[in-house]
Design a protein around this ligand. Structure first.
Ligand code: DOR
Ligand code: ZN
Length: 345
């Protein structure tokens, strides 16, 4: 297969940042995705509907003219989120979900939830309004091995949560382990997962073999090859519980290439091409459309897109860097050949 035309995809997990950084970041995603779920982990985080709508305005203001890209907004759950904010989110068409960061788990999660029991009533409200909870599924305690954090989160936090809220729609975001794949597969239809392109293409050797590669550092951290294989199998299985979420997360070059670098991999400039590479590896290009363009929309109860995109098997070179405010951001595979290219329809 050298040419693929399929329904325009959506990115169900994306970081667009804010301010001077945003313009170039937004246009990379708007080129190939119709909609994206925009993460609220700004500094300070987006905790209210008013903040989410103002942030959405700022994103729309820097969209290329004629773009019909639709940013879908989320609220950042804190110990103090009031139930009334959930009612407001329910009545706002642009706010589609609430994001749960365990405190300290990742970038800008200092105001995340310290203990889920503190937000029990908020979760009850979300369940009754049918607003999905998007989960960064890692425990954060420093004493817990970083490679085990997802698995332990599933046992200690997610499983009890599902027991209490069987009708709360949940997306376990950017899953990285075979344990998460199996857990989601065996859960009710209310539970789904997103999978990033980088977790489909890289394992932990790509982070550490031959030297530390800060541009391959993300959270949850890259895992062993057997976990990558499990993710690849899940993504290409045609199971609608697994769908596309890039978690494209740009940081300035200086914030990555330093003694204590930030987590996040910038994949937006080649997102679809990278998924195509992974699906081709698994000889499953015929499963890409469902994963990228159907299952996420179905889970979020939104219409599937009607436009199409076309990818061709054609080599191009990823630029060494992109503009990022007054700095640069280094994309995944900077300077390397990319074997699929999005072409105009
Ligand atoms: O690698 C990551 N980067 N993981 C996250 O959970 C957050 C993200 C970011 O915002 O940079
Ligand atoms: Zn993320």
């Amino acid at each position: 297969m050298h040419r693929l035309t399929f329904r325009k995809p959506d990115d169900w997990h994306l970081h667009l940042r804010d301010g001077a950084h945003t313009a170039s970041i937004v246009s990379a995603t708007a080129r190939c995705f119709a909609r994206a779920i925009v993460m609220p982990n700004l500094k300070p985080p987006i905790t209210t509907c008013a903040q989410a709508l103002a942030y959405r305005e700022r994103i729309c203001a820097v969209l290329p003219s004629k773009s019909r890209f639709n940013p879908l907004m989320t609220l950042y759950l804190t110990d103090n989120t009031p139930k009334t904010e959930i009612a407001s989110a329910h009545s706002c068409e642009h706010i589609v979900a609430v994001k749960y960061y365990p405190v300290g788990a990742t970038t800008n999660s200092d105001l995340g939830v310290t203990d889920l029991r503190r937000v029990w009533q908020v979760l009850e409200a979300m369940q009754s309004y049918d607003i999905p909870l998007l989960i960064h599924g890692e425990v954060a305690a420093a004493s817990i091995d970083i490679f085990d954090r997802e698995q332990i989160f599933i046992e200690q936090v997610l499983d009890p949560l599902l027991e209490h809220f069987p009708n709360l729609r949940i997306v376990l975001e950017h899953i990285t382990t075979q344990d998460a794949v199996e857990y989601v597969m065996n859960s009710s239809p209310y539970v789904a997962a997103t999978i990033t392109a980088h977790h489909l293409l890289l394992n932990r050797n790509d982070l550490l073999h031959g030297g530390i590669r800060p541009h391959h550092y993300c959270l949850p951290i890259l895992k062993r090859e057997r976990h990558r294989q499990a993710l690849l199998q899940a993504a290409t299985s045609g199971n609608p519980k697994f769908f596309l979420g890039t978690d494209s997360a740009p940081h300035a070059q200086s914030a990555k290439e330093t003694a204590c670098g930030c987590a996040g991999i910038y994949t937006a400039p080649a997102a679809l091409a990278l998924y195509a590479r992974a699906f081709e590896q698994a000889q499953a290009l015929d499963k890409l459309e469902g994963f990228a363009s159907f299952y996420g929309a179905d889970f979020y109860k939104m219409p599937r897109n009607t436009e199409t995109v076309t990818l061709e098997k054609r080599t191009w070179r990823m630029p060494l860097h992109f503009e990022f405010g007054d700095s640069h951001v280094i994309p995944l595979y900077a300077g390397a050949e990319i074997d699929w290219q999005q072409v105009q329809n």
